[in-house]
Structure formats: structure tokens, C-alpha cells
Design a protein around this ligand. Sequence first.
Ligand code: SF4
Length: 315
Amino acid sequence: MIVYGPVPSRRLGQSIGINNIPPKSCSYSCIYCQLGRTNRMQVNRHEFYKPEEIFHEAKLKIKQLNNKNEYADYFSFVPDGEPTLDINLGTEIDMLKCFDIKIAVITNASLIWMDDVKEDLMKADWISVSIDAVDEDTWRKIDRPHRSLKHQDILNGIVEFSKVYKGTLVTETMLVDGINDHEACIKGIAEQLAVILPKKAYLLVPTRPPAENNVKRPSKDSLINAAEMVHSISGVDVECITGDEKEEGFFFSEDIVNDILSITSVHPIREEIVNEMLKKRNLDNTVIDNLIKQDIIIEYLHEGKKFYRRNINDI
Ligand code: SF4
């Protein structure tokens, strides 16, 4: 399935995923990648699917949503590989615009120095680019790039793009314990962000299972220090994402308990959303009541509305 969802996403609301790259074609083989090691390492753009095929699936998805009175905030290109390897990305974005839904692309930015990639990305409303390191050694260690890529070209490409892009640009930095969470590395990233000035800098931590077993999350202190340093040097808003999300969203499995726990680990969830999730599976409130009784979930009121959050002592 190329078009899936919608899935609730912390950053993008209800997001319809577009998987325009089959697993796993990428220009990187990040040590933290949840898709495992890259088996199709590549940097040349080409066609993976016909744009018409993607458009057709998207049309069906929108029809299904309309029938159920549901909606989506975004189409997000968040595939099982690097989305800009798709030579039809710009055409696909153009075609999807007729649905009047915003379009997001989450890219590792490794090809952003290419003019045609920049042009394609310019068409989207929201772009996330990865910056895991600004020094070449750390970049090679963490992202394990295709041998033909040049780190400076990528960093310059991101800066150039940030100067002309009219949509919302954010950055993602995956912090890995002992690799890029030390002060010098964070300082370098922060200085780079001060030039790019994204709307927000997201700091992420690896979720299991990463491509390499020895990849570990940084400690909470290290993450807090990194967030403070990035903010104070760059002036950019920083947000940490530490839950078990997959890239850009929570994936609804058939296991409602896991779904609720994975969402509440990252942020509180409103009562209505939980009710909706239960309703979709023809379940009543017993599921959430049991989680509260077991002290796994905490129920609380905020501005008159009921929320649930994960009891962090339980994690
Ligand atoms: S994390 Fe993204 S950029 Fe890195 S190897 Fe996996 S798919 Fe490629």
C-alpha cells in the first residue's frame, strides 16, 4: 500500500502517509534506522511508482475519509527510504494539491544540494530536514552516507534552501548516546541552526529496534542539556520527541493498548481521541479504565477537558 492512514502525528495532526519509496532505498544507512540497514544504497533519482498510481490511491483514501466524515490535515511523504530519491516527487506533490490538503516531506536532505530536488521540495508546505552532525566524522559515523555524498554540499544546500523556501521548515536531529550527544557536536549543530533558522528544531532519540544493536538513547540529562544548548545558541524553538513513534506518526496497530501507550508516552491525549479510537474498534472504556487502575495511565483535567497521560514512573 503506497497511501496509508490517516495516523495522528504530533507534528502534523491527522496525516495521510505517502510511502513513495519501497523498503529500503536510501542514500544513508543510519545506525539508528528503524528499518534496518539499507540494502539499496543509492543517490540517483529515478521512478519507483507511477505518479498516477499514487494519485489514484490518494483519491480512494480521501473518498473513504469523506464517507466516514473524517478528515486529514496533511499528506506526508514519509516512506521506507529517502523520499527525494523519487524523481516524480514534484509531480506527485502537484497532483495531490487538488485535494486542498497541505503536503509535508520528511527528508534526510542528502540530495538537497541538487537543483531539481530543491525545486520539488519548494512545492511542499512543510519540510523536515535531518541534521545529525555538522562535523564530517560524526556524520559518517551516525548516518553512514553513500560514498559519493559530500557533507559540506548538503549543509550548504540546506542553508540555500532555507533562504528561499516559503513554507514551514523544521529540522530533525537524532541524538545517539556517545556518538553525537556530546557538547562539541551539539554546539556545532546549534550554530548551524542559527544560520538556517528553522521554525522548530526537533531533537529525537532512537526508538527500538535500531539498525545496530549498540545504538542507545542519550540520558535524560544529556537530552535536556542538548535542548537548552541548541535553544540558547540558535534562538530556535526546540522540542524533544522521546516516545516510540515511527518517524512521523503513531502507527495504529490492532493492539489498542499499545496504541494508547505509545501515544501517551509522548504526549497527553484528549479523552475524545481515546473514545474515538475505542469506538473504531467497537470497544468500550474498560480498556482505559484498566490502565488507570493499574497505574499505567493517569487521568487528569486541563482547562476543563479530560486528558490521559502515561505514568512515567511505570515506564
Ligand atoms: S533513518 Fe531515514 S535516512 Fe536514515 S537510513 Fe533510515 S530511511 Fe534512510
